[in-house]
Design a protein around this ligand. Structure first.
Ligand code: FPP
Length: 250
């Protein structure tokens, strides 16, 4: 367990408070593979399998929204081979996992600049969103080509333009309105994550949902993402259940 977590492991209370929105920074795929003397992309492939298991488990626990940081606006800086492998993963994922998504009534959504993805990736993602749009189970929300500062910059621009066109006055700019301008606006009461998990021992947020996590509980674990199991998720939620969220009150 990383910094700030007590050594006392808590047991999950399945009838207790389950975070409605969990957001995960799935980190450590490369290191996981390296430890096994395998190429980094092998870690991403295994990370995709972890993602499937965690999505099903989260849905079983009653989580409403699971947001996964799959590709950041900064990840384009990686070697071409790795970027193209990561861009092909959604194709594999939705090809194989679609029947389970349908069976579990999971609804796929995205945040980020999907239009900038390679055509084939974009199509498969849009197809998954379209095919699951009427599902009423958990929302599986992929952050693809997502960056939080860019998201906020875009939101500010949109609001400024509305003011310029006199559709809004400066006094109308409230927190709710700003939230609505974020990619996560469509999540309504579930826009802000209750719990953010980062794997692999890194203690940072890396441009993920900076506006939305103002009051989120943060949980860091040393496990690499491919090793993160349903039991690890239970542990994260159990820790969350023992936190005392005050939202600035006492
Ligand atoms: C960070 O690990 C992980 C990523 C940049 C990609 C995460 C993607 C997946 C887990 C699979 C996604 C699957 C679908 C269907 C979208 P890292 O490469 O930075 O690991 P390192 O820090 O050990 O190098």
């Amino acid at each position: 367990m990383a910094l700030f977590e007590s050594k006392n492991e808590h047991a999950l209370d399945k009838n207790g408070l389950i975070p409605a929105h969990i957001a995960i920074i799935m980190d450590g795929n490369g290191r996981w593979a390296k430890k096994r003397m395998m190429p980094r992309v092998y870690g991403h492939k295994e990370g995709m399998n972890t993602l499937k298991k965690i999505a099903i488990h989260a849905q079983d626990l009653g989580v409403k929204v699971l947001t996964l940081y799959a590709f950041s606006t900064e990840n384009w800086k990686r070697p071409n081979d790795e970027v193209s492998f990561l861009m092909n993963l959604p194709i594999d994922f939705f090809d194989v996992f679609m029947p389970e998504l349908i069976e579990n009534k999971i609804k796929v959504t995205t945040i980020g600049w999907i239009d900038e993805l390679p055509e084939k990736t974009k199509k498969i993602v849009q197809n998954a969103v379209e095919r699951t749009k009427d599902h009423e189970g958990m929302i599986l929300n992929f952050a693809f080509n997502y960056g939080s500062r860019q998201e906020m910059t875009e939101a500010i621009k949109n609001v400024a333009e509305k003011v310029q066109r006199k559709e809004l006055s400066a006094e109308d700019v409230t927190e709710e309105l700003v939230s609505q301008e974020m990619f996560t606006g469509f999540l309504n009461e579930y826009q802000d994550p209750d719990l953010v998990i980062r794997t692999s021992g890194e203690i940072r947020i890396s441009n993920f949902l900076l506006w939305q996590i103002a009051y989120s509980e943060l949980y860091f674990t040393d496990e690499y993402w491919p090793d993160f199991s349903p039991k690890s998720l239970d542990q994260a939620i159990a820790t969350y259940q023992h936190r005392n969220r005050r939202f600035g009150g006492i």
